[in-house]
Design a protein around this ligand. Structure first.
Ligand SMILES: NC(=O)c1ccc[n+]([C@@H]2O[C@H](COP(=O)([O-])OP(=O)(O)OC[C@H]3O[C@@H](n4cnc5c(N)ncnc54)[C@H](O)[C@@H]3O)[C@@H](O)[C@H]2O)c1
Length: 267
């Protein structure tokens, strides 16, 4: 079993991953600039700090073998804030991980790195996980650049790095678009397990999506590193629940965020 550092552990995804990774037998270091909502349990160690602070990262990285880097701003926002949190923060995490000889890292990239790909371009299963970036926002630009940092550190330090293009994350699909782009918490935990199992150095850009029936995503890049998602957004909701889902802009992969004003905090 591994000892995993979860940056951004107090956030939505970190909170959902914690019990799943603990019940798989992993020990966790929880790192965030704010306290998590729930109590810190057995097999968990809390380090409060910012990814802007290399010393705090060094404390968090002690005894860790895999990093799951979630900390950052998860939506459109002011350019300088996004660059500081998402890009410089990721550079710091990778630098300190390399210095600590922690060689496996999952980076929380996003569908918004390719959010301006027109959805009609994607027949079912046709868009590869490592498609060339086509970001929809400044947020998406920071996620695409995060992937480049993953490539750089994998090459320079023989690290195994997964840039995970996460979709509409949630316990349940919450919009019509999420029927195609849902990322279930269980499937994301499966991708963490695949990252923990990596032994060869390299950088892998993959879809971190569930196996949604009508998704335009080609899941092959993830499958090649042992990530086999099993959940299907259509199957977890009955027909009435699906019909009641709110509509969302479906012109681009990035949905509604693909058309928000640049540089302003999006809801
Ligand atoms: N939720 C989604 O649907 C989704 C989709 C694609 C990608 N992502 C990415 O996954 C990651 C986690 O998303 P989330 O939904 O849990 O977001 P969230 O906002 O709920 O959690 C992010 C956490 O990071 C922490 N954080 C922010 N800046 C920090 C800093 N400088 N130092 C330390 N901690 C800091 C926050 O306190 C927060 O707890 C983000 O990087 C996001 O871009 C999320």
């Amino acid at each position: 079993m591994a000892t995993l550092l979860l940056t951004g552990a107090a956030g939505r995804i970190g909170t959902a991953l914690r019990p799943r990774l603990r019940s798989a037998g992993h020990d966790l270091v929880l790192f965030d600039e704010r306290e998590p909502d729930g109590p810190v349990g057995d097999g968990e160690r809390l380090v409060t700090g910012s990814v802007a602070d290399p010393d705090a990262l060094d404390v968090a990285l002690a005894g860790v073998d895999t990093v799951v880097h979630l900390a950052g701003i998860p939506t459109e926002d002011a350019w300088d804030d996004l660059v500081a949190a998402n890009l410089t923060g990721t550079k710091n995490v990778l630098e300190r991980a390399a210095a600590a000889k922690v060689t496996r890292v999952l980076l929380a990239s996003s569908i918004h790195a390719v959010g301006r790909v027109p959805e009609p371009e994607g027949a079912a299963g046709s868009i590869p996980g490592d498609r060339l970036p086509r970001p929809d926002t400044y947020y998406g630009v920071t996620k695409a650049a995060m992937e480049l940092l993953g490539s750089l550190f994998a090459d320079r330090f023989d690290m195994s790095i997964v840039s995970a293009r996460i979709g509409a994350f949630g316990e349940r699909p919450s919009s019509r678009r999420a029927l195609r782009m849902w990322t279930s918490a269980d499937d994301l935990a499966r991708l963490v397990e695949a990252t923990v199992a990596l032994r060869d150095p390299g950088h892998h850009v993959v879809w971190a999506l569930s196996r949604n029936q009508e998704s335009p995503a080609d899941l092959g890049a993830g499958e090649r590193i042992g990530f086999v998602p099993v959940d299907d957004a259509t199957a977890v909701l009955d027909a009435d629940a699906r019909a009641a889902l709110p509509d969302e802009d479906m012109r681009w992969l990035g949905g509604a965020l693909a058309d928000v004003p640049l540089g302003r905090r999006a809801p």
